[in-house]
Design a protein around this ligand. Sequence first.
Ligand code: UD1
Ligand code: CA
Length: 461
Amino acid sequence: MSFAVLVLAAGKGTRMRSRTPKVLHELAGRPLVGWPIAAAHDAGADRVVVVHSPDGALDALLAAAPPTVTGAIQAQADGTAGAVLSGLPALDDAEIRTVVVVPGDAPLVDGQTIRDLVERHEARSAAATVLGAELADPSGYGRLVRDEQGDLLRIVETKAPGDATEDELAIREVNAGVYAFDAARLQAALEQIGTDNAQGERYLPDVLAVLRAAGGAIGAVTAADPDVVLGVNDRWQLAQVGAITRARLLRAHAEAGVTFLDPSSVLVDADVQIGQDTVIEPGVQLRAGTLVGRDCLIGQGTVAIGSDIADGATIRSSTLDGARVGEGASVGPYAYLRPGAQLHAAAKVGTFVEIKNSLIGEGSKVPHLSYIGDADVGPGSNLGAATITANYNAKTKVKSRTVLGANVRTSVDTTLVAPVMLGDRAYTAAGSVVTEDVPEGGLAVARARQRNIDGYADRGA
Ligand code: UD1
Ligand code: CA
């Protein structure tokens, strides 16, 4: 089979009530339109054309997509038929037998559904085959109108009053907005579609009646899982489809060997990997681009965004953003690992510690109340409570690095004023403000000497 998929992603999406175009709203860490694009790719489409509006909102997304994915502009959002007409020229140079149309706002349509549709369509040499489903609440969807033999006559729209009769509104079999078309017959049929309807738009479903009138066979395939047709027109539908998507993702992880103590409170985006025997506690969010290894514990309330957590790590109630946590390392509770934080194996970052753009060496510990920014900490070191890097010079606006060797011991309340270096096995005294390098094995005492004033309490005011 050689087929192309047109993803319809122009249109205004007014029902979202948003400044962001509908198809760029996120669902489980991916823009809505990314879902049908991925489904088309999974189905093995030879070409994927995303029909979009001329405002440039999708340019970045298309530039980052694989080379089989291209864009086509629909100059005016005059309806779904107009969108398909705008997309077809992008396929002129390709040998395509079947054109599949998928709405950009139907993220639950998967690759298997598209493949099955194409197979059924091509087996019958139909002019068009539409994907339908029975919904308990069909409101807002186009309905499949069949004759007494059960053959599909046409699709009637129901979004705006005036297109459908009462009887038609009672039909619960809906149009998923997903179709396979015989490429050779599609263009001419689309050109016959008018705008004589409640919305004054060119409705793509009308093409079925045109193809049928020209003698073509029209097929209808019922989706095995009715959820796949669910479209997102407003934010409540986005939330509902989001809940279904999350449950599917969690289930796939659970089936692959991940334990969720309370799946209903956990949010795992698409494109997240989790290794076997990892345990996820309640209230965890693993956002896009996060990789979690095997045998990890991801503790309650942890949020990880684009972070890499190696095998056997323990993260308790912490936030990680663009961080890397090495094998067997331990983080939290209440740590904040910011972009460029990199913990080597068996390192420990404890309570109320913030780390940014810093390497924490193998087995090194930053246990309590510290800010470590722009630092390289060698292996086996231990930073006392409230060790702070003063990495930013407010006057020059320059950030500098702090470099600590292996087996360094800073005592509590050490301020390391960057740029500064501490050699291997160096020490600092409690309360030191370290502004000069400390040699290997040395101790920096950088604080005022204590002076006691005798009898102070007994003095008069
Ligand atoms: C459409 C179908 C309806 C079906 C439903 C399934 C039509 C007329 N109706 O209705 O039968 O049950 O999908 O979800 O097709 N778009 C464009 N250009 C346009 C208009 C829309 O690219 O000019 C895109 C939108 O971005 C959207 C998709 O096409 O992703 C569908 O458009 P939408 O307005 O959401 O159609 P529905 O009212 O949901
Ligand atoms: Ca829709």
